[in-house]
Structures are given as C-alpha cells and as structure tokens.
Design a protein around this ligand. Structure first.
Ligand SMILES: C[S@@+](CC[C@H](N)C(=O)[O-])C[C@H]1O[C@@H](n2cnc3c(N)ncnc32)[C@H](O)[C@@H]1O
Ligand SMILES: Nc1nc2[nH]cc(C(=O)O)c2c(=O)[nH]1
Ligand code: SF4
Ligand SMILES: [Mg+2]
Length: 210
C-alpha cells in the first residue's frame, strides 16, 4: 500500500508509476530507426485484448517514482525521449514533460488518446482504440495516426479515424503482431490502393531489441 501523500503526488504528476525505462531504437511509425530513451509509465484502463504490454496495466505494481529522478536518468542516455505505457495520459504529464523540456529534450508520446491531453509534446503518435475512443481534443494535434490492424474491419475504423486528424498528420497501418502473417498482405494491398496510408511494422521485434 502506498501512502496518501504519495498518492497525492502521483495525482499531481510529481511522481509517476514507472514500469521500465530503456535506451533503444524507436521501432514504429515516423521515427522508426531513431535512437531514443523510452520511459514506460504503468497504468492503463483501455484493455486491448492483443496488448503486447499487459504487465503495464495495473499501476499499483509499478513504484511511484519522482519525476526528477526519471529525468536525471533519461538525459544521461538521450535527448530524444519517448513516453509510453501503459497509457501515459492516465496521468498528468505537465511536470514530467516540463522538466524534460528544461533539459532541452525532444519529447514524443505514444498514446491511445483516451484521456485528457496533458504535457508539452514535440511529437504525438495517436493510436486510437475502438473500445475507448480518443478524446476530440487530440485529433487536431496528432502528428501521426497509427492504427493497429487485427482484422479487416479495422481498415474501416482506420478511415473513420483518419477523417478526424489534421491534413499534415501522417497515416500508418500497423499489423497486430500475433496476426502479422495474415494481416501484412491485407495492409500491403490496402496501402497500394490507398496511398495516403503507409505501412508501419514493429521493427524492434524483428531486430530483437526492447
Ligand atoms: C503498448 S502501447 C502504449 C501506449 C498507448 N497505451 C497506446 O496504446 O498507444 C504502444 C504502441 O504499441 C501498439 N501495440 C500494442 N500492442 C500491439 C500489438 N500486439 N501489435 C501491434 N501493435 C501493438 C499500440 O497500439 C501503441 O501504438
Ligand atoms: N523499440 C521500441 N519501439 C517502440 N515504439 C513504440 C513502443 C511502445 O511500446 O510504445 C516501442 C517499444 O516498446 N520498443
Ligand atoms: S491502450 Fe495501449 S497500453 Fe492500453 S491496452 Fe491498449 S495497447 Fe495496451
Ligand atoms: Mg512496445
């Protein structure tokens, strides 16, 4: 059990439940191939059945960590930071991103957009989920839209979501990992027929890196 005081600090985003942090190569989307320091914050209530980090869902098992400590550690490795989870927007990201900005970092977020947008971001990757749709406020500011394709119907969902983002937002279809052999041919045909879309693969999984 954590104390009332700690809970209050987590509510304010001064401490955050840290699951893991690692220096790696961004595997997905627009910045794939770029070295970046990943900060994975615990806690997610969205519940995607194919989620590849289910261990992140329960915030209670991830230690509340002062953001000063997270930032100090991160900048030893990289000025390009990816905040992911879990669902990072479960929490108030103002303090964490404000402190990373003071250190001159370029800050990216991986989010479902299902909760209020907080924080200062240089790059927003919006990966919308049917079961808990993004809040309206995030669509106009998303830099990339990355829809996970698990079945054919997800292509229709992808078009509905693409209609809501800005003109400059880069559109990606990413195969759900466990169904990739079946889904990749579907995505390849779809992107050739609808070239406003691009393919995104989880290249880190092919590279055997975190
Ligand atoms: C684990 S999520 C964490 C961030 C946030 N909760 C979200 O969903 O955007 C990071 C990225 O991985 C994607 N993802 C999760 N499980 C996946 C899977 N089995 N196959 C492909 N992409 C997956 C998500 O859609 C998201 O773009
Ligand atoms: N290398 C690497 N790239 C990623 N891009 C998004 C990831 C995520 O889990 O948010 C991820 C990840 O877990 N590893
Ligand atoms: S929103 Fe993200 S972290 Fe949450 S269950 Fe879905 S893929 Fe996993
Ligand atoms: Mg991942």
């Amino acid at each position: 059990m954590i104390s009332e005081e700690t809970r209050e600090l987590v509510d304010r985003g001064v401490m955050l439940p840290l699951m893991e942090e690692f220096y790696t190569i961004q595997g997905e989307g627009f910045h794939k191939g770029t070295a970046a320091y990943f900060i994975r914050i615990g806690g997610c209530d969205v519940g995607c059945h194919w989620c590849d980090v289910k261990e992140s869902w329960d915030a209670e098992v991830h230690p509340p960590t002062p953001i000063g400590q997270i930032v100090e550690n991160a900048v030893k490795y990289s000025k390009t930071i990816v905040i992911t989870g879990g669902e990072p927007l479960t929490w108030d990201m103002t303090e964490l991103t404000g402190n990373l900005k003071k250190k001159g970092c370029d800050i990216h977020i991986e989010t479902s957009g299902a909760y209020d947008l907080s924080g200062t971001w240089d790059w927003i990757c919006l990966s919308p989920k049917k079961i808990k749709l993004p809040k309206d406020e995030i669509y106009p500011v998303a830099n990339e839209l990355k829809v996970i394709v698990f079945n054919k119907h997800d292509l229709k969902f992808a078009e509905e979501q693409a209609a809501k983002v800005s003109e400059n937002c880069i559109l990606y279809l990413q195969p759900e990992w466990s169904k990739r052999e079946e889904i990749i041919p579907l995505i390849v045909d779809y992107v050739m027929a609808n070239p406003k879309w691009k393919v995104s693969l989880q290249t880190h999984k092919y590279l055997n890196i975190p």
